[in-house]
Design a protein around this ligand. Sequence first.
Ligand code: IPE
Ligand code: IPE
Ligand code: MG
Length: 246
Amino acid sequence: MGIKEKIDLERLPKHIAIIMDGNGRWAKQKGKMRIFGHQNGVRAVRETTEAAAEIGVKYLTLYAFSTENWNRPRLEINALMELLVGTISKEKKTLNENNIRLQAIGDLQSLPKKCYNELLNAIDETSTNNRMTLVLALSYSSRWELAEATRKIALDVAQKKILPEQINEETINNYLTTYGMPEPELLIRTSGEHRISNFLLWQIAYAELYFTSKLWPDFGKEDLYEAIVDYQQRERRFGMVSEQLK
Ligand code: IPE
Ligand code: IPE
Ligand code: MG
């Protein structure tokens, strides 16, 4: 029995989030420039997206560029942005053919204009697709998002649109960039690092974490399915005791 057949389709995570890490090390192992790793990471993005859509995952969020990544060497940032523009325009057709909607979270206005326009165009042209939503986290960090949400809530309070005593967890959810999306039940990080790196801190409060030493360009369908099988073997108690779940 293949790994895919081991998945219980009735208990799929609705939302999977992935910290795609290890492109630089992958390239270095091959004696190549870091950007070569990023270029090969695109194949893994394509394959993972296809794999998720194929089995019926509804949301796939990929951490593609963090707020902190702006601190990388200019050369790498430029190459990454170029790659992004090229990939989005090239993959738009495939997204439509596969009925996948593209969305993005993060400080999108901080992206180079060409990148921003290409992204908005792809979001717009895939907006009616409903098989799966692919969310790219770009110039994203959780602290940035939470600070933004706080500022917007404060503004609405100042304008008397909401009262301070009405603010609850749902209010906060509504002001996040992930508004309307289910919380990720499964968070995957590749490359053997065991950290969150400022990704979806609020949203992953109860996510199952899965770490693999595979470097992102080597990640494929089977790896995604393996993570899902692992996820399905866990007992999610949400603070309760095992007996209450029976
Ligand atoms: C992840 O790979 C991709 C991005 C952060 C854009 P890295 O570029 O972080 O690769 P490593 O971690 O240096 O190997
Ligand atoms: C996290 O990877 C960000 C993305 C995958 C886009 P990094 O490689 O930037 O994370 P750190 O710096 O090692 O924590
Ligand atoms: Mg890294």
